[in-house]
Write a protein of this length. Sequence first.
Length: 106
Amino acid sequence: MEYGPDRTTLTLPLVDLSGDSSDFGAKAEKRTNKSDESDKSATERRKAAIAAFLEDNGPAGRAAIANAVGLQASRASELLAEMVQEGSIVAEGATRNRKFRPTKRS
């Protein structure tokens, strides 16, 4: 424990109390991998919902898309930016007046 007039820092060691320390990291890694897979599938489902909304309703703003799909505005912005990079949708307009539409298929 380190004490100074401005702050106190307490450093604690991480200890596995189960006694099987070799398996501890592997269990955590398995949990992480499983959640990563479900996050990816959830992200893909949300992107598909956004694409379907834009196909059905035409160009729309970020807030309208977020409300229709049931996402927070910040998460909708992240997904929309990814979709623009992937080329599945197109962003038109300035920052505050930006509308998103599906890419034209030939």
